[in-house]
Design a protein around this ligand. Structure first.
Ligand code: PBG
Length: 342
């Protein structure tokens, strides 16, 4: 009889036969960038994560780079929001300035930017809300919010704006743009805009299978992007579906995505695995805010050991088939890896 347990007999043997490896090369650190100088605003639901002004962002990126991290994902929080999200593609918008500052001050860091409207629109939706659908806008201007009213998003108008945003990020120096609005045709429209303007080298990380998830709550607090009416179920995916995720991913690949993403990660390992088996593009997984906060607060409550459980979760995401992971735990994991964990 084969004795399977012999291969677990000691640490060295376990390491010899281990199949999955977490590496600083695969981790991407997300950042929330705000206006101002020397700002570092804590986010109540996300301990150890801050909204940073550009000067502090640079300092923080240098620290994670010293730990071996190679890539960052940027989210901007503008001063002014409007119904069309026009600050999102402003040449001197918060993200455009952040990109330029990083390029100027830091060598060899891959800059990925989130391309969406939710942080820039006053209604908090990821797209342009149709004029004819202005019931909420009117109600709101009279001070009566109709919270349950679902938005009618103008898909084709939105992807034009997303392309403008992506282009403005490319002009500022981004390496990858990551459209997360879940609009049809967003990847194609962005690819065309980049190519027409000489940015053939800029890549697209498509948030291909992005679910309408309850795990995004803390992020919306961080980004101040909670929808003011309705929810995101008319554009993000229904968590009961899995075949549909494969169709979304296939579509993004056809439209020109270089990397495709599944989001959230932990409750969607089956989707990551199916995508891994079907497609041979790099697959990213987003270990989202709710997943992070539950671990942080669970550890503070003494229910779990933060380090051990985080390494287990991230390893499981890789084992499912993700090549790269966006995680708010990136900096801590990098320091644990440097200290020789795993
Ligand atoms: C914006 C966007 C969201 C996240 C990333 N990009 C939120 C949303 O769709 O509401 C969530 C990330 C997280 O929870 O960490 N389109």
């Amino acid at each position: 009889m084969i004795r399977l347990r012999r291969l677990r007999e000691n640490n060295a043997i376990r390491n010899l036969i281990s199949e999955t490896h977490l590496s600083v090369n695969d981790l991407i650190m997300p950042y929330f960038v705000i206006e101002g100088k020397n700002k570092r605003e804590p986010i109540k639901l996300m301990p150890e994560i801050y909204r940073l002004s550009i000067d502090n962002l640079i300092k923080n990126i240098k620290e994670v780079q010293d730990l071996g991290i190679k890539a960052v994902l940027l989210f901007g929080i503008p001063h002014d929001k409007d119904n069309l999200g026009s600050q999102a593609y402003h040449k001197d918008g918060i993200i455009q300035r952040a990109i330029r500052a990083i390029k100027k001050n830091i060598k060899d860091i891959v800059i990925i930017t989130d391309v969406c409207l939710c942080a820039y629109t006053s209604h908090g939706h990821c797209g342009i809300v149709k004029e004819a659908n202005s019931r909420w806008l009117i109600a709101n201007s009279q001070g009566k919010k109709n919270k349950s009213h679902q938005p009618e998003i103008d898909n084709d108008e939105t992807i034009k704006v997303l392309a403008k945003i992506a282009l403005s990020h490319a002009e500022a120096g981004a390496d990858f743009v990551a459209p997360s609005a879940m609009m049809d045709g967003q990847v194609r429209r962005i690819r065309e805009a980049l190519d027409e303007n000489g940015y053939q080298d800029i890549g697209i990380l498509g948030y291909a299978a992005k679910y309408a998830s309850n795990f995004y709550g803390p992020f919306r607090e961080a980004l101040k992007s909670t929808p003011q009416f309705g929810d995101r179920k008319t554009y993000q995916m229904d968590y009961r579906n899995s075949d549909e995720a494969l169709r979304e991913i296939e579509q993004d690949i056809k439209e020109g995505a270089d990397i495709v993403m599944v989001k959230p990660a932990l409750a969607y390992l089956d989707i990551i695995r199916r995508a891994r088996e079907k497609f041979n593009l790099p697959i990213a997984a987003y270990n989202v805010s709710g997943e992070y906060s539950l671990v942080k607060l669970g550890a503070k409550a003494g229910i779990i050991n933060e380090k051990e459980i985080t390494l287990e979760i991230l390893t499981a995401i890789k084992r499912a088939g993700a090549d790269l992971i966006i995680s708010y735990h990136t900096k801590e994991v990098a320091s644990w890896l440097m200290a020789g964990s795993l």
